[in-house]
Design a protein around this ligand. Structure first.
Ligand code: HEC
Length: 153
């Protein structure tokens, strides 16, 4: 009977691990920016206008001449539409950059002019802004960004 007990202990252990993994997954912050989710996009649009448009442009067009650095070495806010490089990045990076700002990821010698929104936007609101940004991309660009995002996971 020893073997049976060992087997059933093993089975129980596997079940417990599976259950706690399921729990972990359900407790993990739900995230994601879905440009086809009308409610998420509508919320994101409001928040974008309130918090991002002043720098990145009402139509996501960025600042004129955004590729040229300022005299102090900082960058100008780039566009978030398909002419910029936002869609070159996976979702997680866009989320972190918005939440933390450019400071934490800036290489030595580079001063980021992108503020972090951790104290202003909740995680869900941050994802909503990104959903709105994505919703403004043509389908082909959305598809390419989804591939880039998939490769990073
Ligand atoms: C005070 C001006 C300012 C505001 C407001 C601002 N940004 Fe930025 N943002 C910048 C600048 C400047 C950069 C260029 C990179 C840097 O300096 O770190 C940037 C870069 C970014 C990037 C990385 C570059 C890219 O295109 O992938 C993302 C993502 C971003 N901003 C998202 C947002 C979002 C979302 C909001 C609103 C919640 C926002 N920003 C509000 C100035 C701003």
């Amino acid at each position: 009977m020893k073997i049976n007990r060992a087997v059933s202990t093993g089975v129980i252990a596997v079940v417990l691990i599976a259950a706690s993994f399921g729990l972990y997954k359900s407790l993990a912050p739900k995230g994601g920016a879905d440009p086809d989710d009308g409610r998420q996009v509508a919320l994101g649009e409001q928040l974008y206008r309130a918090h991002c448009a002043s720098c990145h442009g009402v139509n996501l067009e960025g600042q004129a001449d955004w590729r040229t650095r300022n005299a102090d070495g900082t960058l100008k806010p780039p566009p978030h539409d398909e002419t910029g490089h936002t869609w070159h990045h996976p979702d997680r990076l866009l989320f972190d950059y918005t939440k933390q700002g450019g400071g934490p990821t800036a290489p030595p010698g580079f001063t980021s002019a992108m503020p972090g929104f951790a104290g202003t936007l909740s995680d869900a609101e941050t994802w909503a802004v990104l959903a709105f940004i994505k919703s403004r991309w043509p389908q082909a660009i959305r598809d390419r960004q989804r591939q880039i995002d998939g490769r990073s996971r």
